[in-house]
Design a protein around this ligand. Structure first.
Ligand code: SAH
Ligand code: TYD
Length: 408
C-alpha cells in the first residue's frame, strides 16, 4: 500500500485502507466513453498530528468540477429547506448586525443557499467553478463568478468588492485539496469581526455509521472538530462554535473567526471531549474502521448474490457519488443491480462510473419497480421514504449498508 504525505505537516501519512482503482464519483458516462474512462488509486491516510483523515491521492480539481458537473444541489427538497433555514439564521445573527454586510459563498452550486440572500437584496457573491451549475445560480438572480476560490482570487476579490463579513461553504471545504491556500485567502479578506461558516459530512458520524461511502474523489478530507481546530490554529484563526447538522447523513457546521474576535461557545469543548472519547484522535480507531468497511463489503456482496440467485430484481435508488465508492469497492455491476434511478437529467441515459450500471429516470422506476431497492441516497431517507410509501406498501423492500448491511 502506498503511503502519502499529510497536506498540512508535509510528514508521512499512515495508510488506513486502500480502495483500489476508483473512477470519478460523479463521472457518469456514455458507452462510447467506457474505453477512456479515468481511474485513480484511492486510499485514505490519517495523521495523528493534525487528526485529519484524508485521501492519499486526489484527481486534479478541473477533472471533477467543470461545465458538465453532475451534482445539482436543488434536486433535494429537504436540502432546499435546510439552506433556507441556514440563510434565515445567518441573516438575523449578530455576525451580520452591521450596515451593508457582504456575504461570499464558496461552491454555491445552483444557488440553493444564496438565492435567499439575493431575495433580501443583501450584497453577496457566489464562487462556483462548475460552469453549468453557476449558470443556473446566475439565472436565479444569484451573482456568481465561475472560478476556483484561491488565495490568488481573494486578492482580486478584495480589490473588486472589499472585505467579507460572512464566508459560507457547504459541502465544499472538504473538496479542496490545497486547504492551506484557501484558508490564507479567506483570512486575507475576512473583516476583523467576520466569520467563516462551513459545514461538511462529519467524521464522528462516518465512524459511528460506517458510512465509508462518504469517501470518494471529491471528498479529500472528512473533518472533525479536532482537525478543524488544529488546522485553523496554524493560521491564527479560531474555531468559535460548532453546530451538528442532520444533513448528508450527519454533518457538522463549523464557525471560525480571526483569533480573539469572539468568545468560544461551550459546544467547542463539549464536542471535542466527545470526539476524544470516540477516539477520533487515534490511528487505532481508523484501523477498526478499516476492518468494519472490509466486513461490510463481504456482507453486502453476500446479500446481493443471494437475492439474485433467488431471481430477485434489484435496483439502486439515487445515483449518488457515494454509490460510486460502494459499487467499485464492492465490485457490484449490472449482474447484481439492474439499474439506478435518479431524478437528475444530466445523469440519466448514462451509466454509473466504473461499473457501468444504467441510470434511468424516475418514471422507469415507477413502471418497473424492483423487488429490492438499494438506498444509495440514504442521507435523504426521510424524504425518499415519504415519497415512496406506495412502493413500500406494495411489498417493495429496501436495502441499506448503514450502519450495517440489511434489508429494511
Ligand atoms: N454548496 C452546495 C454544493 C456542494 S458540491 C451544496 O451543499 O449542495 C461542491 C461544490 O463546490 C461544487 O459545486 C464545486 O463546483 C464547488 N467547488 C469545488 N472546488 C471549489 C473551489 N476551489 N472554490 C469554490 N467552489 C468549489
Ligand atoms: P446526494 O446524496 O445529495 O449526493 P452525493 O452522494 O452525490 O453527494 O445525491 C442525491 C442523489 O439522489 C441526486 O443525484 C438526486 C438523487 N435523488 C433522487 O433521485 N430522488 C430523490 O428523491 C432524492 C432526494 C434524490
Amino acid at each position: 500500500m502506498k503511503d502519502s504525505i499529510c497536506r498540512f505537516t508535509g510528514r508521512k501519512l499512515n495508510t488506513i485502507l486502500d480502495f483500489g482503482k476508483q473512477p470519478l464519483g460523479n463521472g457518469f458516462l456514455y458507452p462510447d466513453q467506457f474505453d477512456n474512462e479515468y481511474f485513480f488509486d484511492m486510499s485514505i491516510g490519517f495523521s495523528e498530528e493534525t487528526f485529519m483523515l484524508q485521501l492519499n491521492e486526489q484527481p486534479a480539481p478541473e477533472k471533477m468540477f467543470h461545465e458538465e458537473y453532475a451534482f445539482y444541489s436543488s434536486t433535494s427538497k429537504n436540502m432546499g429547506l435546510h439552506f433556507k433555514k441556514f440563510a434565515e439564521d445567518l441573516l438575523k445573527s449578530d455576525y451580520l448586525k452591521k450596515e451593508d454586510p457582504f456575504i461570499v459563498e464558496l461552491g454555491c452550486n445552483d444557488g440553493i443557499f444564496l438565492n435567499h440572500v439575493s431575495k433580501q437584496k443583501i450584497r453577496h457573491l457566489g464562487i462556483e467553478p462548475s460552469v453549468n451549475v453557476a449558470k443556473v445560480a446566475n439565472e436565479r438572480g444569484v451573482k456568481t463568478l465561475s472560478d476556483f476560490f484561491s488565495e490568488r482570487l481573494s486578492k482580486k476579490l478584495a480589490k473588486d468588492y472589499g472585505k467579507v463579513d460572512a464566508f459560507i461553504a457547504a459541502n465544499v471545504m472538504c473538496h479542496i485539496p490545497d486547504l492551506k491556500d484557501i484558508i490564507k485567502g479567506i483570512k486575507k479578506i475576512l473583516n476583523k469581526k467576520g466569520v467563516l461558516i462551513f459545514e461538511d459530512p462529519y467524521l464522528g458520524d462516518v465512524i459511528q455509521k460506517n458510512s465509508y461511502d462518504q469517501i470518494y474523489d471529491e471528498h479529500v478530507y472528512i473533518f472533525s472538530a479536532l482537525a478543524v481546530q488544529k488546522i485553523f490554529n496554524m493560521f491564527d484563526m479560531e474555531l468559535i462554535d460548532l453546530q451538528p447538522q442532520s444533513t448528508h447523513g450527519g454533518s457538522m457546521r463549523y464557525f471560525i473567526s480571526h483569533k480573539g474576535s469572539y468568545e468560544l461557545s461551550n459546544n467547542v469543548e463539549e464536542i471535542i471531549k466527545k470526539e476524544i472519547n470516540l477516539g477520533l484522535n487515534k490511528e487505532s480507531t481508523f484501523r477498526n474502521f478499516s476492518t468494519n468497511i472490509q466486513n461490510s463489503k463481504i456482507e453486502l456482496r453476500e446479500l446481493l448474490k443471494t437475492l439474485k440467485s433467488q431471481g430477485k430484481k434489484i435496483a439502486g435508488y439515487g445515483a449518488t457519488s457515494k454509490s460510486t465508492t460502494i459499487l467499485n469497492y464492492c465490485n457490484i455491476g449490472p449482474d447484481l443491480i439492474d439499474y439506478i434511478t435518479d431524478t437528475t437529467p444530466i445523469k440519466q441515459k448514462k451509466f454509473s462510473p466504473g461499473m457501468h450500471i444504467p441510470i434511468v429516470d424516475y418514471k422507469y422506476f415507477k413502471d418497473n419497480p424492483p423487488d429490492f431497492a438499494f438506498l444509495f441516497a440514504w442521507n435523504h431517507s426521510n424524504e425518499i421514504m415519504e415519497k415512496e410509501s406506495g412502493y413500500t406498501n406494495s411489498g417493495g423492500k429496501w436495502i441499506t449498508h448503514i450502519p450495517n448491511v440489511r434489508v429494511i
